[in-house]
Design a protein around this ligand. Structure first.
Ligand SMILES: *[C@@H]1O[C@H](CO)[C@@H](O)[C@H](O)[C@H]1NC(C)=O
Ligand SMILES: *[C@@H]1O[C@H](CO)[C@@H](O)[C@H](O)[C@H]1NC(C)=O
Ligand SMILES: *[C@@H]1O[C@H](CO)[C@@H](O)[C@H](O)[C@H]1NC(C)=O
Ligand SMILES: *[C@@H]1O[C@H](CO)[C@@H](O)[C@H](O)[C@H]1NC(C)=O
Ligand SMILES: *[C@@H]1O[C@H](CO)[C@@H](O)[C@H](O)[C@H]1NC(C)=O
Ligand SMILES: *[C@@H]1O[C@H](CO)[C@@H](O)[C@H](O)[C@H]1NC(C)=O
Ligand SMILES: *[C@@H]1O[C@H](CO)[C@@H](O)[C@H](O)[C@H]1NC(C)=O
Ligand SMILES: *[C@@H]1O[C@H](CO)[C@@H](O)[C@H](O)[C@H]1NC(C)=O
Ligand SMILES: *[C@@H]1O[C@H](CO)[C@@H](O)[C@H](O)[C@H]1NC(C)=O
Length: 482
């Protein structure tokens, strides 16, 4: 597939392309594996996420629209995008490259945003466009997919016409796939690779068959509806800064070179009646703040220092697992406690209130850790759920303080949701930062997410283990990393 490779090489320079692509042993059957590119957007616009998120709640959304599924689809989740990850693959015959944002909070995959009305025009116009008239045989219409999709707010959305054409994943797997082609968009600057459950019908395979995950399984490319996701790593380099330029997406398997310790299952919670549609929800039973211990002032010596760990009361809740959101959103009272304990304050100029911090905080050993509910079987055997440690450095984003223009200032992507003057109105979310710290395996058939502490090892090669098609199909393997 020379043509595809050269097209991919022609991608814009503005988005970071991994300098050392993961070379790997042959991919086992039943697995589709691909690297992801990280994109860091410009300063967040104030017309941003939290308000859209609030609108996703039935209490504040248009009730009349929500009462009729046909006239009012649930809002898909995609909240702020200071940092996001793109999957590169191809559509059509011959394959045309596309780069789509990897979003576990959405369920309609689509291409071709209109860049003149994008909030971020430059990012938008640098991405490749799918031209269906260049595909032969031509794509066939799929009118069941004709629709308008919204991302939390009517100011961010896309008007889509459904088609079916060949998707080429990696450079070998080609399958017919239904997807949307935008005929109009507002606000949004990328197309979406939607990995979430169907907004109306969840994991019901009879109706969620348009999804990429369900389609790959239906066409026997993968054994069951499973995919794995890791952000912020994938290169065998010691430096965090270099490693954070890539992520990894695997359909039908897990990559043991991207985590350490065991993969532990946690049940996906049923649809939350307080939110307008199905999403991935996990029960977090405990949140801990692990603060750097001691009183050293030298950043260097902080590295080797230990932490003191305390439970954050009221941090436990149901959290949405959303790779399309920048930030971790904890319940309001937990947020206030964490800010007080870490001496951070909301920045009222940011809609999410993300606090400004000194960028050197990334060198400190602190973290927030999240413990997830075990499965019923594990609980019956008195096993506890897994704890994922999200280090301070995963939360820290390079962005100037809006007033001082001080380049040593970063922001800490932790919020309770709402705007500074009216917060506490959002639900808890584990966004991009969580995927930088965890390895997450989404299993639709068993409605479980398996989690392990993320890591990166194996000299940049993959060590892929296929997932079968049974209860407990996700293997009880340990990661290869130390
Ligand atoms: C799509 O390809 C056709 C045929 O080459 C061309 O005429 C048309 O301008 C292209 N459309 C876009 C939007 O590039
Ligand atoms: C664009 O797509 C929408 C939603 O499918 C459809 O209703 C509309 O007719 C399309 N507009 C044009 C100009 O094709
Ligand atoms: C593409 O496929 C060839 C042959 O299977 C393989 O050697 C090569 O590594 C693949 N390239 C990528 C980027 O996956
Ligand atoms: C998806 O499932 C529905 C309901 O079973 C069926 O009517 C439709 O043809 C299926 N679509 C595709 C693309 O397989
Ligand atoms: C560090 O803490 C110790 C014990 O709490 C205290 O005695 C010492 O003065 C502190 N040093 C500094 C530089 O604050
Ligand atoms: C959080 O934990 C407390 C104390 O164990 C418990 O009372 C409360 O019900 C829990 N809340 C949630 C949302 O799980
Ligand atoms: C907390 O932050 C304020 C303002 O940034 C600073 O003046 C103060 O010294 C800090 N306190 C501690 C205990 O670090
Ligand atoms: C689990 O713990 C409970 C209470 O400590 C005990 O009664 C029960 O036997 C334990 N079950 C197993 C399978 O160890
Ligand atoms: C902020 O920093 C940028 C980049 O160094 C500089 O071009 C700009 O003039 C600065 N703005 C202010 C208000 O100081």
């Amino acid at each position: 597939m020379k043509s595809l490779a050269s097209l991919l090489l022609a991608l814009p320079l503005a988005v970071a392309v991994p300098t050392t692509p993961r070379s790997s042993p042959p991919t086992p059957n039943g697995i589709v594996s691909m690297p992801l590119r990280k994109v860091v957007g410009p300063q967040t616009n104030t017309a941003s996420g939290a308000r859209r998120m609030a609108l996703m709640k039935p209490a504040t959304a248009n009730k009349a629209a929500l009462s009729s599924a046909a006239s009012g689809p649930p809002r898909q989740s995609l909240i702020d995008r200071n940092e996001y990850y793109l999957a590169d693959f191809a559509i059509g015959t011959p394959p045309q490259p596309v780069s789509l944002l990897v979003d576990t909070g959405a369920w309609v995959t689509w291409v071709n945003p209109f860049c003149d009305r994008a909030l971020r025009q430059q990012e938008c116009s640098e991405l490749p466009v799918y031209n269906m008239s260049l595909s032969n045989p031509p794509p066939t219409p799929v009118h069941a997919l004709d629709q308008i999709v919204y991302y939390g707010d009517v100011s961010i959305g896309a008007s889509l016409e459904g088609y079916s054409d060949v998707f080429t994943w990696g450079n070998s797997t080609s399958v017919k796939q239904s997807f949307g082609v935008a005929n109009d968009t507002v606000g949004i600057s990328t197309g979406i690779l939607a990995l979430g459950p169907d907004g109306f019908d969840g994991f019901n395979s009879a109706v969620s068959n348009f999804s990429v995950v369900a389609n790959l399984a239906a066409q026997n490319v993968i054994a069951s509806r499973v995919f794995s996701l890791a952000f912020g790593r994938g290169l065998a380099v010691a430096s965090w800064a270099a490693a954070q330029h890539v992520g990894h997406l695997v359909f039908g398997g897990v990559d043991r070179n991207l985590f350490k310790g065991p993969l532990v299952k946690s049940p996906i919670l049923p649809r939350d009646a307080n939110v307008d549609g199905w999403r991935y929800w996990l029960a977090v039973t405990e949140v801990r703040l692990n603060k750097p211990a001691g009183n050293s002032t030298g950043v260097k010596s902080m590295r080797s220092m230990s932490t003191t760990s305390t439970v954050v009361p009221s941090g436990n809740a149901s959290y949405m697992i959303d790779s399309g959101t920048t930030g971790v959103y904890v319940p309001r009272s937990a947020y206030d406690i964490i800010l007080a304990e870490t001496n951070m304050t909301r920045n009222p100029l940011r809609y999410e209130g993300f606090p400004d911090v000194d960028c050197s905080m990334a060198d400190q050993p602190g973290s927030l850790s999240f413990t997830f509910a075990p499965t019923k079987e594990a609980a019956a055997a008195n096993r506890t759920g897994i704890t994922i440690d999200v280090p301070y450095k995963a939360f820290i984003h390079p962005e100037r303080n809006l007033i001082t223009n001080d380049t040593s200032m970063c922001f800490f992507a932790l919020s309770s949701g709402g705007p500074a003057y009216d917060d506490g109105d959002a639900f808890p979310i584990l966004g991009v930062e969580f995927f930088k710290a965890a390895y997450a395996v989404f299993d639709w058939d068993n409605q479980e997410i398996s989690l392990a502490q993320g890591a990166s090892c194996g000299n940049g090669e993959t060590d892929l283990v296929p997932v079968g098609k049974t209860p407990n199909a996700v293997p009880n393997v340990n990661g290869n990393c130390k």
